[in-house]
Write a protein that binds this ligand. Structure first.
Ligand code: TYM
Length: 329
C-alpha cells in the first residue's frame, strides 16, 4: 500500500472548510492507503497558546478525526508531540532549506502581519516542520485544501534537493486537492478564506454548530443583489454557497443550477443550511459518545504513538546516517 499523510492544527475549533477541504477526503481515501493522521501540536505553538486549552483542543481534534469516520485501528491517528522524529528531522531539513525560499511563503507573510508582536523563528520555519511531517513517513500523497499547496511545493523542493545530494532517501509526495471544497470562503466576506481564527463567528460554520446556528449563519451569508442561483466569477457569495452545497451533497454545479433555477436566494440558503446540518449531525453525535469513552481514546493515543514512532525511526535513522552522524553502538 502507498502511504498517506495529513494533519491539522489544534488551534481554534474546526470549520466546515477544514472538513470539506481535508477531513472528508481523508475518510474517502483511507481504504486505499496506509494512513497517518496527525494532530500537529508542534505547529500550534508558533502562535501563543494557553497550555490547558491547547491540551484540551488537541484531544478534541484527535477524537473528532475518529468521529468523522477515520478508523483508528487501521490508521495511525496520533499527536505530533508524541513522536520526536518530527522535530529531529525538521532540524536536519532546516539545514537544507534556504531563507530565500521561506521568505516567499505567503502564509508566513499573512501570519506575521497578524501576529506582529510575535514573529518568532518557529513561525518562519513552520513549512520545514511540515515538510518533516510528510517526509518522515515516506508519504506518497497528502490530502489538503488549496491553501496548503505552496507548503507542498516547498516540501517537494526540499526532498528533491536532499535526494540530489544523498541519493533516493525521500519519496516525493503529491498533494491531493479535491475538486470540490478545496477552498471554502467566509460567509461574511466571500473574497476571504473561511478560517478558524476569524473574529466574526458568523463568517464560519464550526463543526460543532447546532442545526439552528448553521441555518441562521447561512441565511445571513453575504450574497450579491440579484437573485439567480448561477455559478460565476463575479458572484463570489453565491458561488461559495454552490461550492459548499456541491461538496456537501456530491451534486454537480450544473445540476445544482438546474435544481434551483426557479427559486431565489432565500430558499437556496435554507437548502444549503439543511444539507450541511444533516452532514454534521452524525459526526457531532459520535463525537459526544467517543468523548465519554476515556479509556478507549487513551488506548488509541498510546498504541498509535508507538506505531508512528516505529515508522518514523526507519526514515530518521537513514537520514542521520546519510548526513554523517555517528553510528549508535
Ligand atoms: P490547518 O490546520 O490550517 O487546516 C487543516 C486542513 O484544512 C484545510 N482548510 C481548508 N480547506 C478548504 N477551505 C478552507 N477554508 C480551509 N481552511 C483550511 C487546509 O488546507 C488543511 O488541509 N499547515 C497545515 C497543517 C499541517 C499539515 C502537515 C498538513 C502540518 N503539517 C503535513 C498536511 C501535511 C495547517 O495549518 O492546516
Amino acid at each position: 500500500k502507498k502511504t498517506l499523510f495529513s494533519g491539522m492544527q489544534a488551534t481554534g475549533t474546526l470549520t466546515l472548510g477544514n472538513y470539506l477541504g481535508a477531513l472528508k477526503n481523508w475518510v474517502a481515501l483511507e481504504e486505499e492507503y496506509q494512513c497517518f493522521y496527525c494532530v500537529v501540536d508542534l505547529h500550534s505553538i508558533t502562535v501563543r497558546q494557553d497550555p490547558a486549552e491547547l491540551r484540551k483542543r488537541a484531544r478534541a481534534l484527535l477524537t473528532l478525526y475518529i468521529a468523522a469516520g477515520l478508523n483508528p485501528e487501521k490508521n495511525c491517528i496520533y499527536y505530533q508531540s508524541h513522536v520526536s522524529g518530527h522535530a529531529e528531522l525538521s532540524w536536519i531539513l532546516n539545514c537544507f532549506t534556504y531563507m530565500g525560499e521561506l521568505n516567499r511563503m505567503t502564509q508566513f507573510k499573512d501570519k506575521s502581519a497578524k501576529h506582529a508582536d510575535n514573529i518568532n523563528a518557529g513561525l518562519y520555519t513552520y513549512p520545514v516542520l511540515m515538510a518533516a511531517d510528510i517526509l518522515l513517513f515516506q508519504s506518497d500523497v497528502v490530502p489538503v485544501g488549496s491553501d496548503q499547496k505552496q507548503h507542498l511545493e516547498i516540501t517537494r523542493d526540499i526532498a528533491e534537493r536532499f535526494n540530489g545530494i544523498y541519493g533516493d532517501v525521500f519519496t516525493i509526495p503529491e498533494p491531493y486537492i479535491g475538486k470540490q471544497g478545496a477552498r471554502i470562503m467566509s460567509l461574511q466576506d466571500p473574497e476571504k478564506k473561511m478560517s478558524k481564527s476569524d473574529e466574526n463567528a458568523n463568517a464560519s460554520i464550526y463543526l460543532m454548530d447546532d442545526t439552528d446556528t448553521i441555518i441562521r449563519k447561512f441565511k445571513r451569508a453575504v450574497t450579491d443583489s440579484d437573485n439567480e442561483i448561477h455559478y460565476s466569477e463575479d458572484k463570489p457569495g453565491i458561488r461559495n454557497l454552490i461550492d459548499i452545497y456541491a461538496a456537501t451533497t456530491g451534486k454537480s454545479i450544473s445540476d445544482i443550477e438546474k435544481e434551483f433555477a426557479n427559486t431565489g436566494y432565500g430558499d437556496f440558503k435554507l437548502a444549503v443550511g439543511e444539507a450541511v446540518a444533516d452532514l454534521l449531525k452524525p459526526i457531532q453525535d459520535r463525537f459526544e459518545e467517543l468523548q465519554k469513552d476515556k479509556a478507549y481514546i487513551d488506548g488509541i493515543i498510546k498504541a498509535n504513538a508507538e506505531k508512528a514512532n516505529y515508522y518514523s525511526l526507519k526514515t530518521l535513522r537513514k537520514v542521520q546516517k546519510k548526513v554523517g552522524f555517528p553510528e549508535r553502538i
